[in-house]
Design a protein around this ligand. Sequence first.
Ligand SMILES: Cc1ncc(COP(=O)(O)O)c(C=O)c1O
Length: 284
Amino acid sequence: MPSNSKFSYIHHEIVPVENAFLHVRDLSIQRGYGIFDFFKIHDGHPYFLDDYLDRFYNSAAIMHLTVPHTREELKSVIYTLIEKNDIAESGIKMILTGGYSEDGYQPAEPNLIITQHSLTLPGEDQIKNGVKIITHEYGRDLASAKTINYSIGIWLINKVKESKAMDVLYHQHGIVSEFPRCNLFIVRKDNTIVTPAHHVLHGITRKNILKLAAKRYRAEEAIVTLDDICQAKEAFLTSTTKRIVPIVQINETQIGNGKPGEVSLSLLKDLIALEDADYKAKVF
Ligand SMILES: Cc1ncc(COP(=O)(O)O)c(C=O)c1O
């Protein structure tokens, strides 16, 4: 995520990025302890901000960290940062760390950091042709919290590249959960749309897709197995930056007819329209 912003928020103030420092004592550095969230900015306005703030406060509560601001104070900092940085299309990351620990283990007063970045969106060919994914047996700790621990995902980058895949799907004994940074959906042969119910981060895109899908199809959260994916008509991944990317191959097995499916592509259109409606509701 290339950073081209001029300002960040740290230690309760907005400072030039070159002065945005965290001390080595912070528990995020000492033990990888912290949470974060990330949302997109379009034309200076965040999409679905309240959903992301809900999840940020929820992740903090799960990890016994206190956000040092009320929701309104946090919104005010975010809007001030957006105005100062003035990058129309970008993403904002809010990180809450375990703080400056006395002994390198006990959490202290959390540090809140807010940074703004330019976005890397999926390439058109990924939407047009779909992508391959591989699988790995693993389950994220405290999966409903958006923690800063991405060790296994990062450790698997080389394997993903060597396999000419776009991403790696976690499963435990054949029951799938999610990708390091995305959720999974399948479209069964009867057009039911299913996303794994358990052991996942409740993605904001996942929530929006469930809502949009329910308007036209049967949509549910349920157990999804590796075999279900191989038998599915379509599959796709979702995230804030990627929106929807069709999956056409899992390991060496082709999914459906090996091409992005009609349901996946129509939901992508619906999602873009929903983002547009959210933007217009704020601006007009
Ligand atoms: C573990 C995990 N699952 C799913 C997602 C997708 O969530 P969202 O749609 O809110 O971006 C993310 C996002 O980073 C994630 O880290």
